[in-house]
Design a protein around this ligand. Structure first.
Ligand SMILES: NC(=O)c1ccc[n+]([C@@H]2O[C@H](COP(=O)([O-])OP(=O)(O)OC[C@H]3O[C@@H](n4cnc5c(N)ncnc54)[C@H](O)[C@@H]3O)[C@@H](O)[C@H]2O)c1
Length: 334
């Protein structure tokens, strides 16, 4: 089987390629990535060890030749996106271009080439906005509260329209927060781990009482594999491991695992319009047989170990001019 993966040099995309290339040496995986600031070239170097992986550097929002590249692919898993909420609050343009126009180019190619049997459209719990109690079902109203979430919700709506109008074989999957190896150190858990390793202050938004539901990235890969096999065209699926934690409690666990003092945590002004809690009901994918394999504590131990053992990977990003500029601008007091 030939699978195209967009955004395969980012966090979840690279974990997915790693997982699928190892498990299915008979598959042929083609990785389409623009290599933005979010893609570490060291990740691509890691993926190059797989003989059944090939790489094309491409901007999916611009590339008109995308049809030729996807021509013989039976499955497409579309991860490529601008993903950092904080960056979307500073400047949303790249989010609109990649997340919406990029998705349009992919589904338009699928519509024209007609050979794709399954398109897995990767989305997020953020499209629903915050929920105080209970969980959102797959047909809940979309109510995004930041430009990142709005761009993802727009892409989802576009995909739904293509399912209805052109019957493209799409499955939409919305995940809760992922964590694990190869995640960019601008994101909450990797930033905390790497700053703690470096004995640097760890920024915490407001009081840290915001709740997030955490899913270990390998479980995400397993869910996608299941949906490639058994996901029904036209359906939306939610994936979570039902592991809600307050941000402050996650930081305390990380510091305990690394044997560092909680004094490293520093409260910084809260994010604009910060969603307090996300939650998804997941019966639909559970009925297909999905069960997460890793609990939060086990996943966190593995994640911390990975960042401790792979410092070359994240220091490469943290020492870059791009990251230094971003960090100084975002946390002038740290
Ligand atoms: N990380 C999470 O917790 C999470 C949770 C739910 C859903 N998601 C969704 O999963 C997907 C992957 O998220 P991630 O955290 O791995 O993202 P990431 O930011 O780590 O990686 C994104 C990748 O997309 C590539 N990319 C960006 N613009 C591109 C373009 N125009 N053309 C081609 N490639 C481009 C980047 O180079 C990078 O490799 C996204 O669609 C995101 O919305 C993420």
């Amino acid at each position: 089987m030939k699978i195209a993966v967009t955004g395969g040099c980012g966090f979840i995309g690279s974990n997915f390629i790693n997982y699928i290339c190892r498990k299915h040496p008979e598959y042929n995986v083609i990785n389409l990535d623009k290599m933005t600031y979010a893609a570490n070239p060291l990740t691509l170097q890691m993926l190059r060890k797989y003989k059944n992986h090939s790489f094309v550097k491409i901007d999916i929002a611009e590339a008109m030749e995308i049809e030729q590249i996807l021509e013989n692919c039976e499955v497409i898993v579309h991860f490529a996106a601008e993903t950092h909420v904080d960056r979307s609050l500073q400047n949303a343009e790249n989010f609109l271009t990649t997340d919406i126009i990029g998705t349009y180019r992919i589904i338009e190619a699928i519509r024209k080439i007609k050979v794709v049997k399954k398109y897995i459209h990767i989305s997020t719990d953020e499209v629903y906005g915050s929920i105080e109690k209970g969980s959102f079902a797959e047909d809940a109203r979309l109510n995004p509260t930041n430009p990142y979430a709005a761009s993802k919700a727009s892409a989802d709506l576009l995909v739904l329209s293509y399912i209805r109008c052109y019957k493209i074989p799409a499955v939409i999957v919305r995940f809760v927060n992922n964590f694990g190896p190869f995640q960019h150190p601008e994101k909450f858990i990797p930033l905390a781990i790497t700053n703690a390793i470096e004995n640097k202050k760890i920024p915490l938004y407001g009081n840290g009482f915001q709740m997030r539901d955490w899913l270990f990235v390998e479980d995400t890969c397993r869910a996608i594999e299941l949906l490639i096999d058994r996901g029904e065209t036209g359906e939306i699926y939610h994936v979570s491991a039902h592991q809600e934690k307050r941000n402050i409690d996650v930081l305390k666990k990380i510091l305990a695992l690394l044997g560092k003092d909680e004094k490293l945590i520093v409260s910084v002004p809260d994010r604009i319009a910060h969603d307090v809690r996300y939650s998804l009901s997941c019966e639909k994918i559970e009925k297909l047989g999905f069960q997460p394999a890793r609990n939060f504590d086990d996943g966190l131990v593995r994640t911390v170990k990975w960042y401790k053992e792979n410092q070359y990977w994240w220091t490469f990003i943290k020492n870059s001019d791009e990251f230094q500029k971003y960090y100084k601008n975002k946390y002038p007091s740290l």
